[in-house]
Design a protein around this ligand. Sequence first.
Ligand SMILES: NC(=O)c1ccc[n+]([C@@H]2O[C@H](COP(=O)([O-])OP(=O)(O)OC[C@H]3O[C@@H](n4cnc5c(N)ncnc54)[C@H](O)[C@@H]3O)[C@@H](O)[C@H]2O)c1
Length: 452
Amino acid sequence: MTDRYASFVQSGAGRALVKRLGLPDPPRLRRHTPGDPLLPGPVLLGAATGSRLAEPVGKILAAAGVELPDPSAGTDATARYAALVYDATGITDSTELRQLYDFFHPQARSLLPSGRVIVLGTPPAECGSPRAATAQRACEGLTRSIGKEFGRGITAQLVYVTKAADPGTLTSLESTLRFLLSGRSAYVSGQVIRVGAGTAQPPADWDRPLDGQVVLVTGAARGIGAALARVLARDGAQVVALDVPAAGDALAAVANEIGGTAVQLDLTTPDAPTRLAEHLASRHGRVDVVVHNAGITRDKTLGRMDADRWDSVIDVNLSSQERINDVLLERALIPTGGRIVSVSSIAGIAGNRGQTNYATSKAGVIGLVDSLAPALNERGISVNAVAPGFIETRLTARIPLMLREAGRRMNSMSQGGLPVDVAETIGWLAWPATGAVTGNVVRVCGQSLLGA
Ligand SMILES: NC(=O)c1ccc[n+]([C@@H]2O[C@H](COP(=O)([O-])OP(=O)(O)OC[C@H]3O[C@@H](n4cnc5c(N)ncnc54)[C@H](O)[C@@H]3O)[C@@H](O)[C@H]2O)c1
């Protein structure tokens, strides 16, 4: 689906009109292309006094080929940066938050379009005192506001890094830093991401972070699922693409295009989990990554909703995920280092008129992540969810025009996301290098105002 308004705004005549009338001004977002440098310019890296992460982060960035100006050379008022990265772990009292202002205030206009702001902190629950926990929690207000204020496709995130992370090399943080700095995270902003102490396996080639991984994608015939299959295959995965038999032709086309295999299966049939498990066991002997993407909507206000609409949405969007997880885990088909990534929705966070069934199912997906992640942590399997906002697909094309325009514009990017934006985010959570991220729900919503 095309966003005609965004195309118009990016034309010469459109630009002039938008400026004159003060209309929303959707920027062209920087998206990832294999072979791209991580960033199109230098990174200004700063740290609060007594911080613990800036040094290893500097080494990671330098090894990734990022240009890091020497901070001791003083700040150049004319310099332009692709990212501002600030280590706030040393802040242990609200009076020390002033260091955030001192770093960011002079740089408020120094970022290039689609620039990145990343603040690194310590999880408040791990802080030694209420004051330190309070100060670390306060950082969230800064990043969320910068995301809304800076515009021009600039994103801002807070990353809480556990004190138990490997202090010397910080390999547990590297994949998250790379994702957030790159064009892969074009439509992710205002998020709080928690990096724990799990093991992370850096890839031989960061352009192929899923090399050799067997990945199942449900709902792969079209929309977000088809984009997912393409992105994961591009990143080196062997993709098993699943969809209903009625979507067989489209599914076969996607599987052929990416050199993957197609499984025609309705996830709601009683024998679907065992048939799927048998297929994966006989063809691959395992499945490293399970992406639960298949989903449906059957909208009606609650008073007008028949039981069938309720049942089908809960079954496809939530219960089928549970049944499949149970069988794949029982049969030990998801090995140590495996990944489960589920697709939720901001409707599951904010609720939505006419979507009690859908929002219940998608909030349930968040519950699944919350409950399963700790249970699977000791098996080295991570469980995370993404919560897309307004993504340009057939699903959102069906929304009435006025509501659709509101959904598209009510976010920090003034535009809808693309299926590839959700796919890139799921890809990052699926990488062997992202083993230290579990139990997270990451919104891919351009910092939508809904449920924020
Ligand atoms: N598009 C958005 O803006 C948006 C926003 C938030 C969340 N989501 C979620 O993202 C996911 C993908 O959405 P989309 O927009 O690509 O939708 P879509 O309707 O284009 O694709 C969904 C796919 O799931 C498949 N599917 C449905 N029921 C199935 C079943 N019983 N067994 C196997 N496959 C089945 C469909 O055949 C279809 O190919 C869904 O979970 C959706 O709820 C989408």
